[in-house]
Design a protein around this ligand. Structure first.
Ligand code: GLN
Length: 195
C-alpha cells in the first residue's frame, strides 16, 4: 500500500485523510520535515495559503518541500495547496514552494459567490465530478509541459505536470473519491517506476 501524506499545518486535513483511505492507500498526517521521509506522495490541502506559508517558514519546511518535489515525489495541491505549488502568482513577486509550471490567481470566482458546487468534466477522471469551490483560485496560464485537465466557465481549474497535480476545488469534501484515487494511482505508478 502506498503512503500518502497530508500537510497538516492548517486547513482541510481530516477529509483528505478519509478520502485517501477510501481510495485504498495509507494516509499519514504530515506536521514536520521528518514526516516527509515516511511518505510516497503529498497532498497540500485547501485552507488559507498565506497562513500556511507563515507556518511553513516557522517550521523550516519550505526547503525540505522543494527538495521533496525535486526528488520526483508526486504532490497534489488542492485550492490553497495549488497556490503553494504554483511557480507564479498573479500580483505577487515570489511564488511559495514554486515547483509546478502554472500561473495562479487567488480568489478568482467573485466576492458575491464565496463558495459553490459544480459538476465538472475532468479529462481521464470523470464526466460529472461534484466539485466544491471555496474562495477558489484558478490557473491563468500553463507551461508547455503542463496538461489542462479541466476548465469551468472558461477558467482552468485542474492541471497536471508530470508528478504535480493541482486543482482549484476541494475534491475531498464529497464522498466521490475519483480525484483522490487518480492521485493515488499516480503515486503507485511513480513507485513502480522507481522500483
Ligand atoms: N482563498 C484561499 C487562499 O487564497 C484559498 C481557499 C481554499 O483553499 N479553499 O489561500
Amino acid at each position: 500500500m502506498v503512503k500518502i501524506g497530508v500537510l497538516a499545518l492548517q486547513g482541510a486535513v481530516r477529509e483528505h485523510i478519509n478520502s485517501i483511505e477510501a481510495s485504498g492507500a495509507q494516509a499519514v498526517v504530515v506536521k514536520r520535515t521528518e514526516d516527509l521521509a515516511e511518505i510516497d506522495g503529498l497532498i497540500l490541502p485547501g485552507g488559507e495559503s498565506t497562513t500556511m506559508r507563515r507556518l511553513l517558514d516557522l517550521y523550516g519546511m519550505m526547503e525540505p518541500l522543494r527538495a521533496f518535489a525535486k526528488a520526483g515525489n508526486p504532490m497534489f495541491g488542492t485550492c490553497a495547496g495549488l497556490i503553494l505549488l504554483a511557480d507564479s502568482l498573479v500580483g505577487y513577486d515570489q511564488p511559495h514552494i514554486g515547483v509546478m509550471n502554472v500561473t495562479v490567481e487567488r480568489n478568482s470566482f467573485g466576492r458575491q459567490v464565496d463558495s459553490f458546487e459544480a459538476p465538472l468534466s475532468i479529462k481521464g477522471i470523470a464526466d460529472d465530478f461534484p466539485a466544491v469551490f471555496i474562495r477558489a483560485p484558478h490557473i491563468t496560464e500553463v507551461g508547455p509541459k503542463t496538461d489542462v485537465l479541466c476548465e469551468h466557465n472558461g477558467r482552468i481549474v485542474m492541471a497536471q505536470q508530470g508528478q504535480f497535480l493541482g486543482c482549484s476545488f476541494h475534491p475531498e469534501l464529497t464522498d466521490d473519491h475519483r480525484v483522490t484515487a487518480y492521485f493515488v494511482h499516480l503515486v503507485e505508478n511513480y513507485i513502480k517506476q522507481k522500483a
